[in-house]
Write a protein that binds this ligand. Structure first.
Ligand code: SF4
Ligand code: SF4
Length: 393
């Protein structure tokens, strides 16, 4: 993933792209069903897109029949609907409120428990080593970029988060290149998509032929190559390979939103007192939706509790957000009391201090926070307005 300070475009279309294995293969929907079966037979828990609660969510899937075939999302700032397509595409989702984060860094996680009725009670740390390996199907380039960001947060320093590391190290990823962009996507300007650039075991591009989906597939790892070999697929034709790359290039070219990342750290560091913060804070409900749906946000709280008898004690970790008053509560009160200070904290961390902390932007341009903000606050618009305001002052 590119550093936010050096925005880049997607590579130009190569008329005969060569993947790590040098040749693209072709899968059809029944092959995806076999692939899911193969993964399950090998003990994987398969996580893929599926329609649930009138939304395309990431959930457990047992067959290709559970994929959102023929469904697409219609989105804008503060707006989300699923609606029927006139073809059977399975991977037209872009802005699901869920991402791989929910499975690699679960929203609620028991860390340890202790039983006081024992002679010498010791905390028993949750054993995650027996959890099934996760196989993600249908993640997009921005999702992989978000996983790379969380890898740095949870595994890149001196202290490794064992919950995350256990799920992540065993994970297998079958990614899908986006062949169209939602109006809220801006991954192209962040250098994080829609073109897949490594980070997956298999990479697919969905084409529609006669209303039915077919998949041009390349391998990204030895394990991916072995899986694909188990399906014995035919090679994709040159025309299919070119069509796939062309669609991805068009998806990038048609993105309506962009983030201007040049000098973005200085922009934030020099504008703590910019009046634009007050303006956006008048609209912000501090509901924390943006942080919940963001695939890179990682704030969490630790809670200790006992049962009513006081015999059993547990420590749990739960997602939290820099938008809650309690999150910055220190002795005597909250550090960030006003909505303005909380919105400013979120955006400044995401786009500026994150770069100092982890060497990368905290934003991958997925647009989820724009779609799922109930009042349609758009961070690309806020950054542009901050730039304008800074220039005028
Ligand atoms: S920016 Fe939107 S989603 Fe985020 S806290 Fe404010 S109102 Fe909620
Ligand atoms: S800040 Fe918004 S656009 Fe950026 S990664 Fe998070 S949810 Fe996606």
């Amino acid at each position: 993933m590119a550093d936010a300070s050096d925005s880049q475009s997607n590579p130009p279309v190569d008329p005969a792209p060569s993947g790590p294995d040098g040749e693209r293969k072709l899968l059809r929907l029944p092959d995806l069903d076999r692939l899911i079966g193969l993964l399950r037979a090998r003990g994987f828990r398969v996580i893929g897109p599926t329609v649930r609660d009138a939304t395309i969510m990431l959930g457990d899937i047992e067959s290709a029949a559970q994929l959102p075939s023929g469904w697409a999302e219609r989105v804008e700032a503060g707006f989300y609907r699923v609606e029927r397509r006139d073809d059977a595409a399975c991977f037209a989702h872009r802005t699901s409120p869920e991402s791989a984060k929910r499975h690699l860094f679960p929203p609620a996680q028991k860390l340890w428990r202790a039983d006081g009725s024992e002679d010498h009670p010791q905390p028993v740390v949750e054993d995650r080593s027996t959890a099934p390996r996760l196989a993600f199907l249908g993640l997009h380039a921005c999702d992989l970029a978000a996983i790379a960001v969380q890898d740095k947060v949870f595994m890149g320093g001196a202290y490794v988060d064992h919950v995350y590391a256990t799920h992540r190290r065993g994970a297998l990823i079958i990614a899908v290149q986006c062949t169209s962009s939602a109006p809220t996507c801006f991954c192209d300007s962040m250098g994080t998509g829609p073109h897949l650039d490594g980070g997956c075991d298999l990479g697919m591009t969905e084409l529609i032929e006669g209303g039915e989906p077919v998949y041009v597939v390349h391998t990204g790892s030895e394990e991916g190559a072995q899986l694909l070999a188990g399906l014995a697929p035919p090679p994709a034709s040159h025309a299919q390979v070119v069509a796939a790359e062309q669609l991805v290039a068009e998806a990038a070219a048609h993105q309506k939103r962009r983030m201007q990342t040049e000098g973005i750290k200085d922009l934030f560091y020099q504008n703590y007192e910019n009046p634009r913060w007050e303006e956006v804070a008048r609209r912000c409900l501090t509901c924390a939706n943006c942080t919940m749906v963001c695939p890179t946000c990682f704030c969490a709280n630790i809670e200790d509790g006992t049962d009513l008898s006081g015999r059993l004690a547990e420590r749990r970790r739960r997602w939290d957000s820099c938008y809650t008053l309690d999150f910055s509560y220190i002795h005597g009160g909250s550090v960030r009391y006003s909505p303005m200070s909380r919105y400013r904290q979120w955006l400044t961390h995401k786009l500026a201090t994150w770069i100092d902390q982890f060497g990368t932007s905290g934003c991958v341009g997925c647009g989820r926070c724009i779609v799922w903000c109930p009042v349609g606050i758009d961070l690309t618009e806020e950054v542009a307005a901050l730039r304008m305001s800074a220039r005028a002052s």
